[in-house]
Design a protein around this ligand. Structure first.
Ligand code: UDP
Ligand code: MG
Length: 311
């Protein structure tokens, strides 16, 4: 039995690329024997993305559209797409053709051949992205793994094929701080990589600002690890050890006269500033976790849908 497939495409202000991506994706889907559909999620775009999507959906019944009431972010758009997926398989990809749709048949083959539940794209090289983005992404994924309680594949974006097991488990996860690729990895089952070259964006600019990148990075860190919380304990232990030796030195120095109390200004200032910094930093980490608890406990809906087409 051939499995049915949904392609989930989040779009935020993608008027420059939308038509081209749709046509190219459609061409690939037409070559497959699998019945397929596309879910476009309009993440509160301010340009003509919504109108373009409505137009595409009137001429093509296999295109479904979900429109958010405002911009909720890439990860929420992916979440909505997966939540509305009713097929056996789903592919997640960018609207800007950075993830080549021509890889979808290969992903399907790999899934079958390996009896896997996930085939995730690993970016061998990334064309047309700033050196800073490539460098920061490379080190970020490695740094994250030091902390993470599950092994998160490195150099992997959200471009992936997932099967119904993953879709079912993902739909049970309702956290506000969504890091989709991490949650897929966390689900387990058999997940195999597919190496590819990440193309430059077809047109338009990246929709991930530096602050959004930082936010995603922090979410992935805090939601997949409790290790940052342990930092206070580790640093506290260290400071106790230092204090013991330093205290001993100060007391013995006073008794035997090899320290001069009035020349101790520098060391005092250094210690006060250093441990003041350590304390504020670790309180900041606590604050970040508490902030997330605050968001989770409110349990607001993860996204709000204004309109759906072809559902
Ligand atoms: N995107 C979204 N909401 C946002 C930001 C981005 O739905 O708030 C979509 C965007 O339209 C694209 C995908 O998420 O299809 C990835 O964004 P982008 O290509 O700008 O990120 P990059 O590939 O540069 O990391
Ligand atoms: Mg992109």
């Amino acid at each position: 039995m051939t499995k049915s497939l949904t392609v989930i495409v989040p779009c935020y202000n993608e008027e420059a690329v939308l038509q081209a991506s749709y046509l190219r994706l459609k061409r690939v889907l037409n070559t497959l024997s699998n019945p397929s559909e596309i879910i476009f999620v309009d993440d509160g775009s301010a340009d003509s993305t919504g109108a373009l999507l409505a137009e595409i959906a009137t001429s093509d019944r296999q295109v479904k559209v979900i429109s958010f009431s405002r911009n909720f972010g890439h990860q929420k758009a992916l979440t909505a797409g997966i939540n509305h997926c009713t097929t056996d398989l789903a592919v997640i990809m960018d609207a800007d053709l950075q993830d080549t749709p021509e890889l979808i048949p290969e992903m399907l083959t790999q899934l079958e051949a390996n009896h896997a539940q996930v085939v995730y794209g690993v970016r061998n090289t990334r064309k047309g992205e700033s050196r800073f983005k490539i460098w920061s992404a490379k080190w970020f994924y490695r740094f994250l793994n030091l902390f993470s309680e599950v092994e998160l594949p490195v150099d992997t974006g959200d471009f992936r094929l997932i099967d119904s097991n993953i879709i079912r488990e993902f739909n049970k996860m309702h956290e506000q701080g969504k890091y989709v690729r991490g949650l897929v990895a966390w689900s387990g089952f058999k997940q195999v990589p597919l190496h590819y070259v990440r193309e430059p964006r077809l047109a338009g600019k990246t929709k991930y600002s530096l602050s959004q990148m930082m936010k995603l990075a922090i979410t992935s860190m805090l939601y997949f690890s409790k290790k940052p919380l342990m930092l206070a304990t580790t640093l506290g232990f260290l400071s106790v050890v230092i204090a013991l030796f330093f205290g001993l030195y100060a007391v013995l120095g006073h008794i035997f006269g090899f320290t001069h109390a009035d020349s101790g200004w520098t060391s005092l200032v250094v210690l006060i500033v250093f441990f003041g910094g350590v304390q504020l930093f670790t309180i900041g980490i606590l604050g970040a976790y508490i902030g997330n608890l605050f968001d989770e406990i409110k349990s607001r809906p993860e996204y709000i849908i204004e309109n759906k087409i072809n559902f």
